[in-house]
Design a protein around this ligand. Structure first.
Ligand code: UD1
Length: 420
């Protein structure tokens, strides 16, 4: 296993390009199960999670390879309807093969993904949605078994205790495209990645309207065909790089950014005093004055993304003043607090809040990545810390960032890998 070593203190400078969005590519690859035709997906990031989804597609009977950012998916044999525990348990997003398998084959057996370090993460909304479409659903030996002689469009409310659900919206949308009649999903997730999936499905011949709003309408069709699609840029990678510029008091231009997907983050960074300018799809980020602490509350899109909470906590931990960070999506997503404190941060957790008192500097330390975004948060802290930080378990980082260390290195960071 590798660990990441960072020697902090370098102001980042230069240009960097954002890769395709992880949270778009995973459901879009799953959606290729809805057709026997070939599909071509472009701007696919080479991530551990992408490769897990390709393995799942192959196990389900597809031929799927990633070559220079392009995935071509074609059918090798009849689609298998069982998604095995070994693959699903390594990545929660694999659960989104449930909707397309059920839509296409009218039966699916998909392992329950289980909890993870950031919380319990139930799938009740996924199951509620497919039951509304007329599927019989049971849990058998850790698997969700869903079947229907035919799926029927239906009106449903998919809001949960913590608001809308991204993957539940994706799953139900993918089952409903081949259902008979009209489906209306109320309290649908509005995330750009849901919109990207809906646009891919429409290219395949689906009839989806309202994606990007809380009410999605789907008119079922009999058949979907192959399509070619380019994945949107990863807004979380873009946001992580923006914070890398600010935490090092650097000046970087980030290319391939859809500014409109980053409204809540940019608003908070500007409130903190960052200078952020945009030209087409390039964003320049720098500090022209001292930053100040801001309060943050994570919310479903277009609110502040939970996937940026850990990274902005790194920034706030070295910004003068007190910042209250409230997590409203995953109240237990605070594993990074203890690791940041080991580096000299002053952060106190109180239920779903973290109270961050900005310190003058952090000091490098051996730390451990607990999940994907927590590992990005520790890398950001390492960029500004005095002396050397070593981050273990960086396979978490590889799940969702395409060559982050290479990108940071080209911006001037002293960062490299070593064997544990
Ligand atoms: C997706 C993203 C993940 C992001 C999250 C929230 C992908 C592959 N992953 O995960 O990076 O952090 O959205 O923006 O797109 N919930 C229920 N019942 C359900 C489903 C969810 O109560 O059936 C709860 C969750 O526990 C959580 C909240 O709803 O509190 C939102 O979760 P959800 O949007 O479903 O997250 P994912 O789609 O799994």
């Amino acid at each position: 296993m590798d660990k990441l070593i960072i020697e902090g203190g370098v102001k980042l400078k230069g240009e960097v390009t954002v890769s395709g969005a992880k949270n778009s590519v995973l459901p879009i690859l799953a959606a290729t199960l809805l057709t026997d035709d070939a599909c071509v997906i472009k701007d696919v990031p080479n991530l551990r999670d992408t490769n897990t989804m390709l393995k799942i597609l192959r196990a389900l009977g597809k031929n799927a390879e990633l070559d220079k950012g392009i995935v071509t998916v074609s059918s090798l044999k009849n689609t298998n309807f069982i998604a095995d525990y070994k693959l699903v348990s390594t990545m929660r997003a694999s659960f989104c093969v449930l909707g397309p398998l059920l839509g296409k084959l009218k039966k699916a057996k998909v392992s329950l993904p289980g909890g993870c370090i950031i919380g319990v993460r139930p799938v009740d909304l996924h199951l509620k949605g497919i039951k509304c479409l007329g599927a019989d659903v049971s849990i058998e030996s850790g698997y969700v078994v869903a079947k229907a002689s035919r799926l029927r469009g239906s009106r449903m409310y998919l809001g949960g205790v913590y608001g809308s659900s991204v993957l539940a919206t994706d799953n139900v949308m993918m089952a409903a495209v081949l259902a008979q009649g009209k489906t209306v999903i109320e309290s649908a997730a509005c995330e750009p990645e849901v919109v990207d999936l809906a646009e891919f499905l429409n290219k395949m011949g689906a009839k989806i309207k309202g994606h990007g709003t809380p009410v999605i309408e789907i008119e079922g069709v009999r058949h979907l065909h192959g399509a070619t699609h380019t994945i949107i840029p990863d807004r979380i990678e873009a946001g992580t790089l923006m914070i890398a510029a600010l935490i090092t008091r650097g000046d970087i231009c980030i290319k391939n950014v859809l500014f409109q997907h980053l409204g809540a983050l940019i608003d908070k960074l500007e409130e903190a005093g960052a200078s952020i300018t945009k030209k087409d799809t390039t964003v320049r980020v720098r500090c022209k004055r001292r930053l100040r602490a801001v309060n943050i509350t994570t919310l479903p899109y277009p609110g502040f993304p939970t996937d940026m909470q850990a990274q902005i906590m790194s920034l706030m931990s070295v910004t003068p003043g007190i910042s209250v960070i409230t997590e409203k999506i995953y109240p237990d997503r605070f594993m990074h607090v203890a690791e940041l404190n080991r580096m000299g941060a002053h952060i106190q957790r109180e239920g779903p809040h973290a109270i961050v008192e900005g310190v003058k500097g952090l000091s490098g330390a051996p730390v451990m990545a607990s999940d994907l975004r927590a590992s990005a948060c520790l890398a950001l802290a390492g960029l500004v810390a005095h002396a050397r930080t070593s981050i273990s378990r960086i396979y978490h980082l590889e799940r969702g960032y395409e060559n982050l260390e290479g990108k940071l290195e080209r911006l001037g960071a002293k960062i490299w890998r070593e064997k544990e």
